[in-house]
Design a protein around this ligand. Structure first.
Ligand code: GRF
Length: 207
């Protein structure tokens, strides 16, 4: 059984997309072993509990510094012996030490077509505001491996979403989730668990 850990900070709709894909058989032979949040009372934790998935809250402010927080997070995730860690709206920037502890085992979903509207400062609605301000006609979402540089790791999958003239950042965020994020995240997990991709010189290639 392929063991997945999902790290969340919010509503958890991407977590829900993974849960649904496991429940309906799109993702086979996999289990979400744990859902870890850096905040109490986020709806993602409810989604996990509703599906009998173990949850854990580890908060940065409960530690003297970020390094100690990360060490606790690494220890917990190592104990779970995970095959894959999915950052699904996880709002903590992870250090080189964390990334190196799980080499090529961490993926992230970002709500734009990387390298547009990504990196420092581009999170949540700011990504979609950036797309609207620039007037792009096509945006979308990207699933990529996590490396020490934000949003810069090898790209696994991308899917486009057309921008409408009357889009607001909120309507665009919703359509990017529905038309791209919830589709490509389960697909990317399948590519990894079925060993259909490899990384060559920082580029994801089909095997
Ligand atoms: C998504 O837009 C994701 O791309 C970004 O954070 C958001 C999380 O949403 N990284 P949810 O918690 O999965 O609903």
């Amino acid at each position: 059984m392929f063991k997945i850990g999902v790290l969340v900070s919010g509503g958890g709709t991407n977590l829900q997309a993974i849960i649904n894909s496991i429940n309906n058989g799109f993702i086979k032979n996999a289990k979400i072993e744990t859902v870890v949040s850096n905040k109490d009372n986020v709806f993602a934790l409810e989604r996990a509990k509703n599906n009998n998935i173990e949850t854990k809250v580890i908060k940065v402010k409960d530690f003297d510094n970020k390094q100690l927080y990360e060490q606790a997070l690494i220890k917990y995730l190592k104990e779970k012996d995970l095959d894959l860690i999915v950052l699904a709206g996880f709002m903590v920037i992870l250090s080189k030490e964390f990334v190196n502890s799980f080499e090529n085992k961490i993926i992230n979903i970002h709500p734009s077509l990387i390298p547009a509207f990504c990196g420092e400062g581009y999170y949540g609605l700011k990504v979609h505001q950036g797309a609207l301000d620039r007037g792009v006609k096509i945006t979308g979402a990207t699933v990529h491996f996590v490396t020490e540089e934000a949003d810069a790791g090898p790209i696994i999958l991308q899917k486009e979403v057309f921008v409408k003239d009357d889009d607001t950042k909120e309507t665009l965020q919703k359509r990017v989730m529905e038309e791209a994020e919830w589709i490509i995240l389960p697909q990317a997990i399948n590519l990894i668990l079925n060993k259909q991709i490899k990384i060559v010189d920082n580029i994801v290639r089909r095997i």
